[in-house]
Design a protein around this ligand. Structure first.
Ligand code: PBG
Length: 324
């Protein structure tokens, strides 16, 4: 049976009809908004390569979090810019650290918003790598206890979910074990399971002041050419106790999101990263694309590929645009 019996255009005749048969319904509750916490008070400094994104002190983070909650998003993810950096990223585990204090402030304000924390060393080390350096290389096993201590400090401050983004082998197990030892069995782990070594993190490194001072991240982040290997990374992280797995970046890896979604029955996240955001903002600023339209199309595409959860700097804008 085909034309003229079948006319797919019948179901596209009006917005109500299109809404009725829509396959992917973008939901604000699946969006997570990333925020950068810096020292000081009343600080709100825009990141030049990410218009609309700010480095903010704890008091401003709290105000922003209230807005995020009011807009209907479920969660924020926090990144820290510490007062000082050293070779081992010591401040990342401090109860007095910027992220730990931001978590406490959000908790104290009794928001329903979930607090997710990025667990990594690159923002806290003077060399900018995601692990400690031994013999000129990023040392895997020596990094694990520091990551675990950082996750524990976030849990103690009141985080709901910790999200390791460092790509060291075995870090999910190390974090799970430490959390459990300290009776934080209910704190979930969102693993950046398939995190690629990507040029799309450029603007983030300005936002988080986390560029590697020598070399690159190719010895720990994944080769962009590999998809089967992503499934292996996901298996390992799930075995080690990850509750949610994530693919990052999103747009050049929609096929990977789909493969992970099809292969595993766990929640799948995708990180719509800084470079993806910056491209849209730059083109929109020039009037080359309609920002609202392309953002909603991008987020719908990421969800359609199989992501249940999307981390995105467009989160607040998208929530406003999706309001009925
Ligand atoms: C830290 C981390 C990075 C991002 C999230 N966590 C940067 C990196 O790996 O260099 C990137 C997020 C973005 O680009 O929006 N390891």
């Amino acid at each position: 049976m085909s034309f003229p019996t079948h006319r797919p255009r019948r179901l596209r005749r009006s917005e109500v009809l299109r809404g009725l048969v829509r396959e992917t319904r973008l939901s604000v509750s699946g969006l997570v908004y990333p925020m950068f916490v810096c020292p000081g008070t009343k600080v709100r400094k825009e990141v030049s390569s990410m218009p609309g994104v700010y480095q903010q002190s704890v008091d401003q983070i709290l105000e922003d979090s209230k807005e995020v909650e009011a807009l209907g998003l479920s969660a924020v993810i926090l990144f820290g810019l510490p007062e000082s950096k050293d070779a081992r990223g010591t401040l990342s585990t401090s109860g007095q650290g910027v992220v730990q204090r931001a978590i406490e402030a959000i908790r104290k304000a009794n928001l329903k918003l979930l607090v997710i924390t990025d667990v990594c060393l690159c923002e806290y080390t003077d060399h900018g790598h995601c692990g400690v350096i031994e013999h000129g290389e990023v040392a895997n096993d020596a990094t694990l206890p520091i990551l675990a201590a950082q996750a524990l400090s976030h849990a103690r401050a009141g985080a709901d979910i910790v999200a390791p983004s460092d790509m060291m082998d075995g870090r999910v197990a190390a974090i799970r074990e430490t959390l459990d030892e300290h009776k934080f069995h209910d704190i979930a782990i969102l693993a950046y399971a398939a995190k690629y070594c990507s040029g799309f993190y450029g603007p983030f490194r300005e936002a988080a002041d986390s560029s590697p001072q020598f070399g690159d991240r190719r010895s720990y982040q994944m080769d962009p050419a590999n998809a089967r290997e992503a499934l292996k990374e996901v298996v390992l992280d799930l075995d080690e106790g990850a509750d949610i797995v994530m693919v990052k970046p999103a747009l050049p890896y929609l096929d990977v999101i789909r493969r992970v979604r099809d292969a595993f029955d766990v929640p799948v996240g995708a990180y719509n990263v800084s470079g993806e955001y910056a491209m849209v903002k730059a083109a929109a600023e020039k009037g080359w694309v309609d920002e609202k339209r392309v953002v909603l199309e991008i987020l719908t595409g990421i969800q359609r590929a199989g992501a249940d959860i999307i981390l995105t700097y467009h989160g607040k804008d998208a929530a406003r645009w999706l309001k009925p």
